[in-house]
Design a protein around this ligand. Structure first.
Ligand code: PLP
Length: 413
């Protein structure tokens, strides 16, 4: 029974300590402001809530009403845009990538574009220079979605600080978590004042939500370890996979009903204590990633996603691109249910979620679809033992050995 419950988390999240829950934890705002090189930061109840606050604010500053988002990203992003009464417009990704395609971006940005989201996905640093140049040339705001990339830098400065507004998630499964949380930053004083005013107007304190999140955080303290992950995560994953419920299996079954509430002082203080351990933890996972990146890169036919030039990302997991969907599915058939932190990020390109399709005018996003079909992730949790990482690499090698599977999976010889 113990062996069946043993499970590696799908991402390298910072484990909590019971000491984090002691009183007098310090200020999360001040700690994060120093860490992110910002004059101040604003804490919201989720990354999605941070985006809602950002968009609600920008909507008051401009008559423009559409928001360009990458066609491969978290479904909550599209729901947040719609929640604000704005129109989400899809930008296709570059071939073999999650990043915005410059040609597609130039084509979809117009005089109605209020903002464009540049997304640093899975710790990987997105291209910022060309992309932000196109956005600013159209008079739109740049929002950096660093939900999955707290701690990543570009040209030595934290990502999230290059756009007009940036946000990070402190949700469960992220590096630093308070179970549900978001961090909002903006370079300009006046914009920061407006963001604070918006938040005060739309996110009241809720005892019910705060109690719920505190209980969930205590559960995370108890179960975020290999002996608890089977119970907290693996059992429900396997149940859903057996039923073919892929969207539910990865938590992509998002609700349009976005909670907006304050984060309580105790939970912030817990986050402030945990934050003190984050830089060392990110360094530890980056060191582990160094060796494993070399091993993964040596496997022919598979592509490891890397940072844009100038970027130094974090390594919660490795994003891998296989030569074909069949090859990717072969890997997942062997490993998704094995409890080794192999799985998928977002199941579909955004227009392919049944509950989102009505939001978009076009579903013409071939590159994002292709990326969704061929990508999978391998955890970079420190709990993934070398022998288990090797087992994963062997499966990849098996899939890309031309003799055995070339004809079956249409792999290049
Ligand atoms: C790229 C991206 N943007 C936004 C969000 C929303 O963040 P949250 O889950 O904290 O609401 C997520 C969540 O995982 C995400 O991955």
């Amino acid at each position: 029974m113990a062996e069946r419950l043993w499970e590696v988390p799908p991402t390298a999240g910072l484990p909590m300590s019971w000491r984090d829950f002691l009183p007098r934890g310090g200020s999360l705002e001040l700690g994060l402001a120093a860490y992110l090189h910002q004059p101040e930061v604003q804490i919201e109840c989720s990354g999605t809530a941070a985006l809602v606050v950002a968009l609600t604010t920008l909507k008051q500053l401009s008559p423009r009403r559409s928001v360009v988002i990458p066609a491969y990203t978290c479904p909550l992003v599209a729901l947040a845009v719609a929640y604000c009464g704005l129109t989400p417009v899809l930008c296709d990704t570059r071939p073999d990538h999650f990043d915005l395609c410059p040609d597609s971006l130039a084509a979809v940005c117009n005089a109605d574009t209020l903002a464009v989201l540049i997304t640093h996905l899975g710790g990987r640093v997105a291209e910022l220079e060309v992309t932000a140049g196109i956005v600013r040339g159209r008079g739109a705001y740049v929002i950096e979605d660093a939900a999955q990339s707290l701690g990543a830098t570009w040209q030595g400065r934290p990502v999230g600080g290059f756009g007009d507004i940036g946000f990070y998630s402190l949700g469960v499964g992220k590096g630093l978590t308070i179970f549900g949380g978001g961090v909002l930053v903006a370079g300009q004083d006046e914009l920061r004042r407006q963001l604070r005013a918006t938040s005060a107007g739309i996110a009241p304190f809720s005892t019910r939500w705060e109690l719920r999140r505190m209980l969930e955080l205590a559960g995370y303290l108890g179960l975020y370890r290999p002996s608890g992950m089977g119970l907290a995560f693996g059992m429900s994953l396997r149940r859903r996979l057996k039923k073919g419920q892929l969207i539910e299996a990865v938590g992509d079954d998002c609700s349009a009903n976005i909670p907006l509430h304050r984060v309580g002082a105790w939970r912030k203080a817990i986050g402030a204590r945990a934050l003190q351990r984050l830089p060392d933890f990110l360094e530890q996972t980056a060191r582990q990633a160094e060796a494993r990146k070399i091993r993964l890169a040596a496997i022919p036919g598979v592509t490891l996603m890397r940072d844009a030039p100038g970027g130094t990302g974090t390594w919660p997991f490795f994003m891998m691109l296989m030569p074909s969907q069949a090859a990717r599915d072969h890997v997942l058939a062997s490993l998704w249910q094995a409890g080794l932190g192999v799985g998928r990020l977002f199941i579909h390109a955004l227009p392919d979620y049944p509950y989102l399709s009505a939001l978009f005018q076009t579903a013409e996003v071939p590159n994002a679809r292709d990326f969704a079909a061929r990508m999978f992730i391998i955890t970079n949790s420190p709990w993934l033992r070398n022998q288990d990482f090797e087992r994963i690499c062997s499966v990849l090698e098996e899939v890309v050995v031309p003799d055995s599977v070339e004809s079956k999976y249409n792999l290049p010889a």
